[in-house]
Design a protein around this ligand. Structure first.
Ligand code: GLN
Length: 199
């Protein structure tokens, strides 16, 4: 079976995410056909969707300008899985603590842009993630801090007392960049092992 995957490609690590999706799909005997999303009209045909990191202000502006924002919302509202990483998580949240980010309100969380970044620009840490047997090598780059999550949000991992991987229904969000190692278990968790999502 072929899975149709969309990687929102207005900014961020598109090819790394595409590779991770293909590897995760392969583990399940599936082929992934990856489409880079830069305009409206493509998301409705996607089974799974990835919203990468980058700069959340720019991403939210481009999504709105291209009319992709409403399609992403419809994807999630129909229960199909989405992985939102770093700036993608900021854009997906209900509150980014920054008026310049037009949030999509898909993940019930308040995030603080660049909170880790003020202390340390970038770091890697082995992270215990719910559902994974071994720690995940998490790369944080000017990462957002998840300050608060709603009652229906599952915290899958935390770092120094703050959530850094969360799940709200069909959406998994991470403050780190899971595409920057050859380990595709976070993509697997979000797309193929998420019991709250289906495609
Ligand atoms: N700090 C960035 C922002 O606010 C996110 C950084 C990232 O995606 N690596 O958008």
């Amino acid at each position: 079976m072929t899975v149709s995957a969309g990687v929102v490609a207005v900014q961020g690590d598109v090819s790394e995410h595409a590779d991770a999706i293909r590897r995760a799909a392969d583990e399940h005997g599936l082929d992934a056909e990856v489409t880079e999303i830069r305009r409206s009209g493509l998301v409705p045909d996607c089974d799974i969707l990835l919203l990468p990191g980058g700069e959340s202000t720019a991403i939210s502006r481009l999504l709105a300008r291209e009319g992709i924002d409403e399609e992403v919302k419809a994807h999630v509202e129909s229960g199909k899985p989405m992985l939102a990483t770093c700036a993608g998580l900021i854009v997906s949240s209900t509150d980014a603590n920054d008026d310049r980010v037009q949030t999509l309100d898909l993940v019930d969380a308040t995030v603080d842009r660049n909170a880790f970044g003020r202390q340390k620009d970038s770091f890697e840490a082995p992270l215990d993630v719910e559902g994974l047997d071994e720690p995940f090598p998490a790369v944080f780059i000017r990462a957002p801090l998840v300050a608060d999550v709603g009652a229906d949000v599952d915290v899958l991992a935390d770092w120094e007392g703050n959530p850094v991987a969360i799940r709200d229904g069909p959406v998994v969000g991470t403050s780190f960049h899971p595409e920057l190692t050859s380990d595709s278990r976070i993509h697997d968790l979000a797309f193929f092992l998420n019991e709250e999502a289906s495609f």
